[in-house]
Design a protein around this ligand. Structure first.
Ligand SMILES: *Cc1c(COP(=O)(O)O)cnc(C)c1O
Length: 425
């Protein structure tokens, strides 16, 4: 099944691979931006049941066409501008730069977008594809509810039926987002199996998609899943880096030394990284959730404790036990709490083009407070992981250097957790 983690050998033998000529091999590789669609070096691909192949091929075809269609492009940029609020500012954090005593720090303000995070970029893009394909029903899964809310939002905007699968345990923890989705007209279906969390919701959403594939689109929320999702979702987020690159050139007359972003599935990170990949001198740093300890089950740092495997239709680093069962993960930020990582990040890590580190729950909480009190910006706890890495490396950087930190979302949704964890005044 698409959602089971299986070993490399079984993956190669038992599942349909879209580009079987590419070797399934991890480890060191040299950076070449390979043209093979759906594969990033050995990573990515398409590990799904036969019944989904037609839908994935249809989506790929439609996306390839839409990409070249001036009307699609115009509609997309119109909605990004007037509905989502693009372009987002690149803000010079003067007080934080002074305080950390190193480089000039700029913040890419994805937190200012409609619905509070970068996720809307991708949801708008996919919703326009749903329209093109003549479908009228959307399914999605959500953990903390952020992707569910963004999906419900675009479905309301374009008049689609929307069903969001959510573990009942997650529904209990995220009551407010459940209500928000319902207010937007979505149906939230509780999933009562397994651990009653995200991975169980993924299974149910996939099952729904297989059953209703003719009318229904599966709106995936990050650079995960079978081809074409990782490529397509990345393309819908490339606008972050495209804007940031032009904005920093205008403000500083040069490229940044370093770009830092948090990595859950990896969509905001690849979005801000992508336009800088060819600028070899720009350091790209992804920050995973270090959680409460380095023990398996206590974090979501796939590059620290993960190994090659298949989850949700794609081949990447997965946190799993020796039998290939998905491990439990933990992070104070729900958006980073996922056992696998987008396949393009696996490739950027292997090739050495990007570096991946982790920040702990405690470091993220402290970073959140520091940014709030130094700049008047309360970041989402996910984004606070990127700020935590900045705090670690800034003091040893030169004053002439320039850093961009992607603030993927705002902290309003995390106020409850912040209040439980931070002692103030
Ligand atoms: C969902 C979310 C993330 C994690 O998702 P990516 O695909 O890794 O970007 C990060 N930040 C915020 C604010 C989110 O809502």
């Amino acid at each position: 099944m698409a959602t089971a983690s299986i070993t490399k050998k079984r993956a190669a033998k038992n599942t349909k691979v879209s580009h079987p000529s590419r070797p399934l091999k991890g480890g060191k590789a040299t950076l070449k931006l390979v043209p093979s669609p759906g594969r990033f070096g050995p990573w990515g691909g398409r590990y799904v049941p036969e019944t989904l192949m037609a839908a994935l091929e249809e989506l790929e075809r439609e996306y390839e066409r839409a990409k070249k269609d001036p009307r699609f492009k115009a509609r997309l940029s119109e909605l990004l501008k007037n509905f989502a609020g693009r372009p987002t500012p690149l803000f010079f954090a003067r007080r934080l730069s002074e305080k950390l005593g190193g480089p000039k720090i700029y913040l890419k303000r994805e937190d200012l977008l409609h619905t509070g995070a970068h996720k809307i970029n991708n949801c708008i893009g996919q919703a326009l594809l749903v329209e093109r394909m003549g479908k009228h029903r959307v399914v999605a899964e959500t953990g903390a509810g952020q992707h569910g809310v963004a999906t419900a939002t675009v479905c309301a905007l374009l008049g689609f039926e929307c069903v969001v699968y959510m573990g009942t345990e997650d529904m209990r923890r995220q009551e407010l987002n459940v209500f928000r989705m319902r207010l937007l007209g979505a149906e939230v279906r509780g999933v009562d199996s397994g651990s009653r969390t995200l991975k169980d919701a993924i299974n149910e959403a996939m099952r729904d998609w297989v059953t209703n594939v003719r009318t229904t689109h599966y709106l995936l929320g990050s650079v995960l899943g079978a081809h074409p999702y990782p490529t397509m979702v990345r393309d819908f987020h490339k606008v972050i880096g495209r804007e940031a690159r032009a904005q920093i050139l205008k403000a500083e007359g040069k490229l940044p030394t370093t770009v830092i972003a948090c990595v859950g599935g990896g969509s905001n990170a690849i979005g801000v990284f992508y336009e800088f990949i060819r600028d070899k001198k720009v350091k790209l740093v992804g920050v995973e959730a270090g959680g409460r300890s380095e023990k398996l089950g206590d974090h979501a740092a796939r590059f620290r404790g993960g190994s090659p495997g298949v989850l949700q239709g794609t081949y990447s680093y997965v946190l799993q036990d020796e039998a290939g069962q998905i491990a439990f993960t933990h992070s104070v930020s729900a958006g980073l709490d996922y056992p696998s990582i987008g396949p393009e990040h696996a490739w950027l890590a292997d090739s050495g083009r990007a570096e991946y580190v982790a920040a702990s729950d405690a470091e993220a909480l402290d970073a959140c407070k520091l940014l709030a009190q130094t700049e008047g910006i309360t970041p989402a706890l996910e984004s606070a992981h990127a700020v935590a890495e900045l705090i670690k490396r800034a003091p040893s950087m030169k004053k002439s250097e320039v850093v961009i930190v992607n603030i993927s979302g705002r902290g309003d949704k995390d106020i409850g957790i912040l209040r439980e964890n931070l002692k103030l005044g």
